[in-house]
Design a binder for this molecule. Structure first.
Ligand SMILES: [Zn+2]
Length: 123
């Protein structure tokens, strides 16, 4: 693969990694024991504990339920980005994990963290 393109994709991956980590930090706590794993923080009420209204607690549960899929999506993307960066370091980037064919440059430009070629699909 073209060195310039590889560098460009690497820069994009690193930037995206930082921005995802920033988003995750807003509502999730990084799990220090498990690299790359994030736990969604259960939102805590700042008001005095014990006397909080049930209605407020229900809101918080709802917020938590809404955040979970978002966190999951971000976390998955972050994992793929980390994988891609690892592959770049090992000079193994741009190959489909399934058929081992080279992934097209167009696809990598659109999805730099892609793990599979178009034929094998992303999921
Ligand atoms: Zn493939």
């Amino acid at each position: 693969m073209d060195k310039d393109l590889l560098n460009e994709l690497k820069t994009r991956l690193e930037k995206e990694k930082l921005s995802i980590e920033k988003s995750l930090e807003k509502f999730a706590k990084k799990d220090e024991n498990l690299k790359g794993d994030w736990d969604t923080r259960f939102p805590h009420s700042d008001s005095e504990s014990g006397s909080g209204s049930l209605e407020k607690e229900a809101d918080e549960v709802e917020e938590y339920t809404t955040l979970l899929p978002i966190e999951y999506g971000l976390e998955t993307k972050l994992k793929n980005i980390n994988l891609a960066l690892e592959k770049i370091n090992k000079d193994d980037y741009g190959k489909c994990e399934k058929c081992e064919e080279e992934i097209s440059e167009e696809r990598l430009k659109a999805v730099p963290e892609a793990r599979f070629c178009l034929k094998c699909g992303d999921k």
